[in-house]
Design a protein around this ligand. Sequence first.
Ligand SMILES: [Zn+2]
Length: 102
Amino acid sequence: MKKTPIGHVACPVCDFPDAQVKEDKNSHAYIHCTDCNAQTFTRNEFRNGKLRARMRAVTVAVTGDTVTVTAPVPAMAPPPAADKAPPVKKPGGWFQPLLAQG
Ligand SMILES: [Zn+2]
């Protein structure tokens, strides 16, 4: 039986952005990458919950012609402003004692 995707995530193997998330026979989510064909199984409730929280859920699924529409990727929050000055490098670094010895 062909399984219907329930969501999409980036493939952990090849980083393909639309790897499919499906359910195995125990209703645990797993990743099937349509690009590199890797399968990543969760096998327990903890990892199942983590994957489901991370995936972009399929909102419309038409089986037959397999039309899947996935929720848009949420806009990334802007990175927090850097409030720390970059670390000051000591001149010479770790090899300074070697240079001092000549
Ligand atoms: Zn992949």
